[in-house]
Design a protein around this ligand. Structure first.
Ligand code: NAI
Length: 330
């Protein structure tokens, strides 16, 4: 099995190289370039390609990969909203992913964002470095005894429910399916979750139904001074409406690991660039907003789990016994 990696970063290469000696049947080449109409030709001669969360795995790209003989696309991530599943089925390409490689890593990052923006760690850190030991402007709210509202209680949302429970918060949840393991959680309607929660954290996938779930209408239903966190997918929130809500002083704080229009920015050092849109700059202009660049997954344990499962996916596909749970179908 020959695999071509796209959009490879230093930490990807390090974690895969560490495990590859255990897989002598697999050969890997790494590209820094991401998938594009110009780079699909490089996959000629490879059985599989490996892509990541911000790669363009649209219909056009899939057709070209199939023309070049690719039979398998290994997503080294859990989400797959960037993959055209119907085009893959039509082209006879199998899509495999890494579901739930470290749900706690993402949930811990969600709580880190909630705490940082609530307790103004981003401001305190800079102030003290400038010998400014004043506490003016740093007042937060105590999470203990408050209500957390978790939207989507799959693997990551469930981990976030457990963390909030551990903080002594009442935990409300909204999901289309209830998670029976979460006996301390009260499932409520979306409207009740929005109106009753002091902290709202998004953990549902991006689908047609969840696109712009957080918009003018749903923001209007939230409590004043709510803390909102999104570590799931940018387009769950309609950014223009979020910005209007922030300007209207609806939010005590907003923590975003993902945001609309992040694709050009994600994982790139763009310090010398003039950015194409003003969304990032406008979000960063607010003192009560913290943005990180899709780093929720980034722990040593998660990288190890991603590498292990991706290589196992490749091996099982080659043997003709791929794990059904790791295959994504249209
Ligand atoms: P999961 O599949 O285990 O759970 C998703 C849950 O959302 C399910 O319980 C499902 O029933 C629910 N759901 C689906 N549509 C919904 C809707 N319209 N409203 C409410 N609930 C809905 O997924 P997992 O592993 O917990 O991941 C969740 C999301 O986190 C992924 O889709 C991905 O977008 C994001 N993610 C972000 C990462 C980061 O680094 N920031 C890393 C990994 C995943």
């Amino acid at each position: 099995m020959k695999i071509l990696f796209y959009d490879t970063k230093k930490y990807d290469r390090e974690s895969f190289d560490e495990l590859l000696p255990e897989y002598p049947d697999i050969t890997v080449d790494y590209l820094e370039a991401d998938l594009s109409p110009h780079t699909t030709i490089l996959a000629k001669g490879y059985d599989a390609i490996c892509a990541f969360v911000s790669s363009d795995v649209g219909g056009n790209i899939i057709e070209r990969l199939a023309e070049n003989g690719v039979r398998l696309i290994l997503m080294r991530c859990a989400g797959y909203n960037n993959v055209d599943l119907e085009a893959a089925a039509k082209a006879g390409i199998t899509i495999m992913r890494v579901p739930g490689y470290s749900p706690e890593a993402v949930a811990e990052h969600a709580m880190a964002l909630a705490l940082a923006v609530n307790r103004k760690i981003h401001k305190g850190y800079i102030k003290v470095r400038e010998n400014n030991f004043s506490l003016i402007g740093l007042t937060g709210i105590t999470f203990f005894g408050k209500t957390a509202g978790i939207i989507g209680t799959g693997k990551i949302g469930a981990a976030m429910c457990r963390i909030c429970h551990g903080f002594g918060m009442k935990v409300l949840a909204y999901d289309i399916y209830q998670n029976p393991e979460l006996d301390f959680v009260e499932y409520v309607s979306l409207d009740t979750l929005l109106s009753d929660s002091d902290l709202i954290s998004l953990h549902c996938p991006l689908t047609e139904e969840s696109y712009h779930l957080i918009c003018k209408d749903t923001i209007g239903k939230m409590k004043d001074k709510v803390v909102l966190v999104n570590t799931s997918r940018g387009a769950l929130i309609k950014t223009e409406d979020l910005i209007a809500g922030i300007r209207g002083k609806k939010f005590f704080g907003v923590g975003l690991d993902v945001y609309e229009e992040e694709t050009h920015n994600v994982f790139e050092n763009r310090e010398d660039d003039i950015l194409e849109t003003s969304v990032t700059a406008r979000l960063l202009s607010f003192p009560n907003v913290i943005v990180t660049s899709h780093q929720g997954f980034l722990t040593e344990e998660a990288l190890y789990a991603i590498s292990r499962t991706t290589l196992e996916n490749a091996r099982e596909f080659e043997k003709g016994i791929p794990t059904e749970a790791n295959i994504v179908r249209a």
